[in-house]
Design a protein around this ligand. Structure first.
Ligand SMILES: NC(=O)C1=CN([C@@H]2O[C@H](COP(=O)(O)OP(=O)(O)OC[C@H]3O[C@@H](n4cnc5c(N)ncnc54)[C@H](OP(=O)(O)O)[C@@H]3O)[C@@H](O)[C@H]2O)[C@H](O)CC1
Ligand SMILES: [K+]
Length: 504
């Protein structure tokens, strides 16, 4: 599903008007009517309910006037509270139409907070049409902040038009204060602010309404960001004649005296998601534990970290081999680990997934990535802390920062998988948001499992970007299958992977 920013939405609106003979009025009319339809579909007949619609000064408020007028067709119990004179022509037109239809408008300024609270608390449904995609700066006006707080405290049910007022459409950040919606009806396409936290927490149920922006087929070339859904995800082919080498192998380099389990989790996840052969290069302790979990693993005991040892195992691996480096690796023997990283980045052709401590080690010299051959696939799977070390920015600056991930991927020609409650996947040209999963995955070991799944799907000949999309989605679904959310260790999620996989 396509995801668009506020700027792209404005461009689409402009294109619909200039090239497809739509008008602002038609789009606003459809936005309003489709919101009323969504309310009906969700909450049933409107005639027995009473509504308060709160309209801001821009076109989001304009949608609010259309909604209020349309509700008049079902009930007279609809009142508008306005924050002031509409500032756009099309909003003015719709404010006047509402009045002509017998609508009542109260000015928030004159009503005061106390009376506003009375109206809000007596309404069955409050419609939040204060700000939409046009909000770009902090809400500093205290009276608006008080109104938003009153909505959050006193309303029974809040439907936000396009996006809860106060959320930055492009980042999901709260600009001072924001409405907590029960349902949000957005127009045309979801926006990043619906998918990234904290915005994702405030939207309630998200409905996407078509308002007459021409279908994707006319415009598809310009889209570059998407929400991952269960549809159209790629799965490896498993022909009946296949043998173990048909599915390639995953070679995991990781583990240390301190972190014994991490590469084992990666290896088991790779096994459970179809890899033909899974190998571990790590200390004896890691190998012993790994084999006790699954005797079909192949282990290479590397008790002192050595590039030559890694090279001897990896040099002659088949072209279907994928290397995962980093789970549980630790940062001791730093220089030799840099040598190993440099070797697998620059001297072998196979795809490489750089995870966990390998990312921390890489952050000392990210430019090694620039020495890779142009066709070689390198995937980085950082969480915000690791990405902050790589980019030398604060964790706050990198969290949810899809444009930063895009620029990074483009500069270094890698796929970046920025793991978080909403995961961002990008190769610099195309970006995907993944929202499957829950806090059952907010556990130590989750990242190791994900890198194992990604390695496994690439080894089964999926294109690396497709492999990541499928991996992050099914990993999320596996997390959702844990019966009591969070009552699990990350190890438990591995056993859910085959069933999660069968759902796509
Ligand atoms: N894009 C489409 O296809 C359609 C969009 N529709 C609806 O329109 C809004 C976007 O409308 P827009 O007028 O661009 O913006 P808003 O209504 O969200 O807000 C702009 C007004 O709010 C004022 N503002 C902005 N920030 C603040 C703030 N922090 N404090 C106080 N006031 C603020 C702003 O004032 P300025 O001084 O900056 O001018 C504006 O007055 C979209 O979300 C949809 O709901 C359509 O109707 C259908 C087509
Ligand atoms: K809104």
């Amino acid at each position: 599903m396509v995801v668009v920013t506020s700027q792209e939405m404005r461009e689409l609106e402009k294109c619909a008007i200039e090239k497809f003979e739509m008008t602002e009025e038609i789009l606003m009319e459809r936005a309003g009517i489709s919101t009323v339809q969504a309310i009906w579909n969700e909450y049933g007949s409107l005639s027995e309910k009473n509504f308060v619609v709160i309209c801001g000064p821009g076109n989001n408020g304009g949608d609010g006037y259309v909604i209020a007028r349309d509700i008049l067709n079902y009930t007279e119990a609809v009142r508008v509270i306005t924050l002031g004179e509409p500032k756009t022509e099309v909003s003015k037109i719709n404010r006047n139409r509402f009045l002509k239809h017998g609508g009542i408008i109260y000015k928030y300024e004159e009503l005061g907070l106390e009376k506003t609270i009375e109206m809000i608390s007596s309404a069955d449904i409050v419609i939040d049409a204060i700000f939409g995609t046009g909000l770009k700066r902090e809400i500093t006006d205290e009276s608006i902040a008080n109104l938003i707080e009153a909505i959050n405290i006193y309303s029974n049910c809040v439907v936000s038009v396009d996006i809860p007022s106060g959320i930055d459409t492009d980042t999901g950040e709260i600009l001072g204060s924001a409405v907590q919606a029960t349902m949000t009806v957005t127009f045309g396409f979801p926006k990043p602010g619906h998918l990234l936290f904290p915005g994702r927490d405030l939207i309630g149920k998200l409905k996407i309404a078509k308002i007459g922006i021409p279908s994707q087929t006319f415009l598809s070339e310009s889209f570059k960001r998407f929400l991952i859904t269960g549809e159209n995800l790629k799965k490896p082919l498993r022909p009946r004649w296949a043998h173990k080498k048909s599915f390639g192998e995953v070679i995991i380099i990781g583990g240390s005296k301190q972190y014994i389990g991490a590469p084992v989790l990666s290896a088991l996840a790779a096994q459970k998601t179809g890899a033909g052969m899974v190998k571990i290069i790590g200390p004896s302790e890691v190998c012993d534990i790994a084999l006790s979990y699954d005797p079909s693993l192949i282990c290479y005991r590397m008790d002192s970290v050595s590039k030559d040892f890694v090279s001897s195992v990896v040099k002659n691996c088949s072209e279907n081999s994928v290397i995962v480096v980093g789970p549980g690796w630790g940062q001791d023997n730093f220089d030799e680990k840099i040598n190993i990283l440099s070797f697998i980045i620059t001297e072998i052709q196979n795809p490489v997934i750089i995870d966990a401590d390998a990312l921390n080690i890489l952050s000392s010299n990210v430019d090694i990535l620039k020495q890779k051959e142009i066709t070689k696939s390198i995937l980085l799977t950082p969480h915000p802390g690791e990405f902050s070390r790589i980019t030398k920015l604060s964790t706050k600056e990198v969290k949810g920062n899809y444009t930063l991930a895009e620029r990074f991927s483009e500069e270094y020609q890698v796929i970046t998988v920025l793991k978080d409650a909403t995961t961002i996947v990008t190769d610099g040209n195309t970006t995907f948001f993944n929202i499957s999963g829950n806090t059952s995955l907010a556990k130590a070991g989750s990242g190791d499992i994900l890198s194992g799944i990604i390695g496994s799907l690439i080894s089964q000949h999926l294109d690396p970007l497709e492999a990541v999309k499928t991996s992050v989605y099914i990993f999320g679904i596996a997390g959702e299958m844990i019966q009591a959310e969070g009552f699990n260790s990350s190890y438990d999620v591995i056993s859910k992977l085959p069933e999660a996989f069968s759902k796509i």
